[in-house]
Design a protein around this ligand. Structure first.
Ligand code: AMP
Ligand code: ZN
Length: 470
């Protein structure tokens, strides 16, 4: 089955064709680490996690790069307000960010490059742009990108070039469409920067925000890669400027698919730091909500639609998960074992296919969730009428575990709380005894039997082992 994504560049759905068969290279604009990320930010990271897990579900090997913006206008401003050196200031929020990713069960990216550790790569890109006459150093000693020199400027955000203010410069990292102008690649040091600065061929200074992403994406993913993602507010100027810089250096198409998610809203307004209408993940945990409930809510709407955040939605998520945990416990109590009947297997396969079809259709989570809920409803019915066989229950557990490879909230927490069934404990003990007796055939048989029950066993140094749900 083929995956299709809505490509913001072309404003239409396109079949996903990776540069290298079976692999997907993906760049995700990561957090600016000047504060705790709010759940609006996490809607974007959650959408990217859904994309990543969907690619994996369809068998792709994903290389994801998520940068950490640990130097920009905002990090410098706030570290100075706090009177703490930049590195120390951002370290606190980087640590918090990784804790939050864990709480939300967001799969880790392969690389998390920090901007301050890639200054030479940024200088090198700017040097190339200078060499080609695309960048210039202005009277204020900063280096700017000349948008006149990149005829494709505006192709992503669809900017009307007749309004373009060529030769006019803008030093801020963020600006509106009607302020289109030459943007800063390298910002000359000034007093407001305090101790922050690096030497460069153009004097002491620091990189602009946009060049950070061009340099770090190309370092880890190459001159051209498959997917670039972010929130819709990143499209302009950030992604537009990234394209201008990168394609001016390479002379070729940089990214094949641009995917942007819409906003998390509160009472009709975008959740944002500047409006003050935000909740951090920590705020919600303090109110007693759990990571899996927040995860469910953030995944509940299609990524290209606005999602209104409410506490009722969190309460509803709690109830949905409580019912699911209960349902799964009853499946387990049936003593799942052996194979499903042909009729049961056909039904489960139908739900699996509907779930996959939904995801393949531009991550249509509503269709995927409809398959999930219908599967739960039907199986519940079959359990209540006493029709579901033990083999059917075993196959149903495998189905829900498959769904959870993408959803990521079914097994969370509950898995840690669920008692390990006695037959699992017995098999583990039997396997340990067989290993001690060097009876490896028997040990393997126990391992396979555990696998059939949905458990994996991992050996740990010192001769012990632990089991966990597959
Ligand atoms: P920032 O740290 O401000 O660069 O934002 C990090 C990510 O969060 C970017 O991809 C933004 O587009 C995204 N973002 C910010 N606010 C929201 C929101 N309310 N809903 C969805 N995504 C958001
Ligand atoms: Zn970026």
């Amino acid at each position: 089955m083929n995956l299709t994504f809505f490509n913001t560049m072309d404003r239409k759905r396109e079949e996903f064709q990776p540069l290298v068969p079976g692999r997907a290279g993906m760049y995700t604009c990561g957090p600016t680490v000047y504060n705790y990320a709010h759940i609006g930010n996490f809607r974007a990271y959650m959408f990217e996690d859904l994309l990543r897990r969907t690619l994996e579900f369809f068998g792709y090997r994903v290389t994801q790069v998520m940068n950490l913006t640990d130097v920009d206008d905002k990090t410098i401003r706030d570290s100075q307000r706090a009177g703490i050196p930049l590195k120390e200031f951002t370290a606190k929020y980087i640590k918090a960010f990784f804790e939050d990713l864990k709480t939300l069960n967001i799969e880790p990216a392969e690389h998390y490059p920090a901007a301050t550790e890639h200054i030479p790569e940024m200088i090198e890109l700017i040097r190339k742009l200078m060499e080609r006459g695309i960048a210039y150093q202005a009277e204020d000693r900063s280096v700017y990108f000349s948008i006149d020199r990149f005829p494709d400027y505006g192709k992503l955000a669809r900017i009307d070039r007749s309004n373009q203010l060529s030769g006019v410069r803008i030093r801020n990292d963020e600006y509106a469409k009607d302020a289109v102008a030459d943007f800063a690649l390298w910002k000359a040091w000034d007093e407001a920067d305090g101790a922050v600065g690096w030497d460069s061929p153009w004097g002491r200074g620091r990189p602009g925000w946009h060049i950070e992403c061009s340099a770090m994406s190309m370092k880890y993913l190459g001159d051209a890669f498959d997917l670039h993602t972010g929130g819709i507010d990143n499209m302009f100027p950030h992604h537009e400027d990234e394209i201008a810089q990168s394609e001016s250096v390479t002379g070729k198409k940089w990214v094949n698919y641009w995917l942007h998610c819409d906003h998390l809203m509160v009472n009709g307004e975008k959740m944002s730091k500047s409006l003050g209408n935000f909740f951090t993940l920590r705020d919600l945990l303090e109110k007693g909500y759990r990571g899996r409930e927040i995860r469910l809510v953030l995944l509940s709407a299609h990524y290209r639609k606005k999602l209104n955040f409410t506490f009722e939605a969190l309460d509803q998520a709690r109830e949905t998960l409580r019912r699911f945990d209960d349902f799964r416990r009853r499946l387990q109590e049936l003593g799942p074992e052996g194979s499903a009947t042909a009729g049961e297997q056909a039904l489960l396969d139908k739900f699996r296919a509907e779930f996959a079809d939904g995801l393949a259709d531009d991550l249509n989570i509503s269709a995927a969730l409809a398959a999930f809920h219908e599967a739960q409803r039907m199986l519940n019915k079959h359990m209540e009428s006493g029709e579901l066989t033990r083999g059917g229950a075993a196959a149903a557990l495998v189905l829900f575990r498959d769904f959870d490879r993408v959803l990521g909230y079914l097994e969370m927490d509950a898995a840690a709380e669920a008692p390990v069934p006695p037959e699992v404990t017995e098999l583990v003990a039997a396997r340990q005894a067989a290993r001690r007796a060097k009876n490896y055939a028997e040990a393997d048989r126990c391992r396979d039997a555990l696998k059939a029950l949905g458990y994996v066993v991992e050996d740990i140094p010192g001769g012990g082992c632990r089991v966990k749900l597959r």
